[in-house]
Design a protein around this ligand. Structure first.
Ligand SMILES: C[S@@+](CC[C@H](N)C(=O)[O-])C[C@H]1O[C@@H](n2cnc3c(N)ncnc32)[C@H](O)[C@@H]1O
Length: 402
């Protein structure tokens, strides 16, 4: 008897799982490993790669639900993953044939858990309940276990040129967020192949990351230091907010990230960004410390981090963050602004770092948010929870130096 297309795909998926299983609770760079594994399968087309990527990421997202089944009933594990995977052109046939139940229902995660007689809360590590109790509410659990949307930030005054191209590609897009320059695409698409992207009319930036700088009032024309600029997601946005008379000095210890930043700045036509691998001297009107963190706000895009991160690692990040904040606070001029941000939802990396910093730096004071976008604010800052606007999770605190 010949096997159906979906049956063959299931065999391939199970083979990929067997290759990755020894690494998925230990390899911080698992997304790179998956990328290389899929790229190495020369017979795969782009649709195959999308299918397997979605199945593998779903597996990682729902690991506690399927992990116990690999040795005893791998076909049931595969059927559950097929059911939980996002629907789309690449997954539709596979899901229709192999899902454990109707692929279109039930819609809610809690109903899925009830069907499988499993717990939704098991999908997050237990230690996370102490770090971010708000993530365990039904709305957050639901959002945290969906595939993340692609968010774009417009860098042009002619949005229709971008949206026309997205529509002509047959992609569903929305501009319904609180920011007029943000566009959401829920399908998996290759935006880097678009003319609009190549011309710098849009950049990829999660909406949560975009909202972060808008929670505070950043005056045009200022001179800012982006102390941990990476490849410049926020430097580019900041440079647009500051305008032509303003200037961003983008610093990072990774030279490769700064090279990428320069490419992106050029593509966006931004001339008010300079990069430096050395911590700059002097003071600035504002300093942004977008600190290295555990990334617990990005678990939708990097679900393997849920199973690799542990409390001691979180505390190591907190120590590093406090040191970085102290180091770069010295570059804020009297009366200037200091913004601390992470893509973590862990209190230890967020409110606790701010509390410890303020205790040692009596010349800084927390500023209330200029806009809160409906998020809960605490005396220490704002936590951008994913469910409110379908974003990654972030934390931001804005302070002013006396
Ligand atoms: C969260 S990422 C920055 C993301 C970036 N701001 C963006 O919006 O795309 C943190 C960055 O901190 C950098 N970093 C780590 N230690 C640093 C240090 N001592 N000084 C400056 N940057 C550092 C890392 O290389 C990394 O690029």
């Amino acid at each position: 008897m010949t096997m159906s297309v979906a049956g063959n795909q299931r065999q391939t998926y199970l083979r990929l799982v067997a290759t990755l299983r020894p690494h998925w609770r230990s390899d911080l760079l698992l997304p790179d490993r998956i990328q290389k594994l899929l790229a190495g399968e020369k017979r795969f087309g782009s649709r195959d790669r999308r299918l397997y990527r979605e199945l593998l990421y779903t597996t990682l997202r729902f690991l506690p639900w399927v992990d116990p089944l690999w040795d005893t009933d791998p076909e049931r594990a595969a059927a559950i993953v097929a059911w939980l995977a996002a629907d789309g052109p690449a997954t539709a046939n596979y899901r229709a044939e192999l899902s454990i139940s109707d692929p279109q229902s039930p819609v809610s995660l809690s109903a899925k858990a009830a069907f499988l007689k499993l717990n939704v809360a098991d999908l997050l590590p237990t230690w996370f309940a102490r770090e971010c109790p708000a993530a365990f509410t039904p709305a957050e659990l639901e959002t945290l276990h969906q595939r993340a949307s692609l968010w774009l930030r417009l860098q042009t005054g002619h949005p229709e040129q971008v949206t026309d191209e997205l529509s002509n590609n047959g992609w569903k897009w929305r501009m319904t967020s609180p920011l007029p320059e943000a566009i959401e695409i829920s399908d998996e698409v290759n935006i880097t192949a678009c003319a609009s992207f190549r011309a710098g009319a849009v950049e990829v930036q999660d909406l949560g990351s975009q909202l972060l700088l808008h929670t505070t009032m950043i005056k045009a024309d200022g001179r800012w230091l982006d102390a941990c600029a990476g490849a410049g997601g926020k430097s580019l946005q900041l440079a647009r907010i500051l305008g032509l008379q303003g200037k961003v000095t983008a610093h990072d210890i990774r030279a490769s990230a700064l090279t990428e930043l320069q490419i992106r700045a050029k593509r966006a036509g931004l001339r008010n960004i300079v990069t430096t691998g050395q911590p700059p001297e002097g003071t600035f009107d504002g300093v942004l410390v977008d600190a290295p963190c555990s990334g617990s706000g990005t678990w939708r895009r990097a679900p393997h981090l849920k199973w690799i991160t542990h409390p001691a690692m979180v505390m190591e990040y907190a120590t590093r963050q406090l040191n970085l904040l102290g180091q770069f606070a010295a570059a804020v001029r009297p009366g200037g602004q200091l913004i601390y941000a992470t893509c973590s939802l862990n209190r230890s990396e967020n409110e606790s770092v701010i509390a410890a910093f303020l205790q040692n730096h009596q010349d800084f004071r927390i500023e209330p948010p200029f806009r809160d976008f409906g998020y809960q604010t605490s005396p220490g800052g704002i936590t951008i929870m994913p469910s409110r606007h379908n974003t990654d999770g972030f934390f931001v605190a804005s302070m002013r130096r006396r």
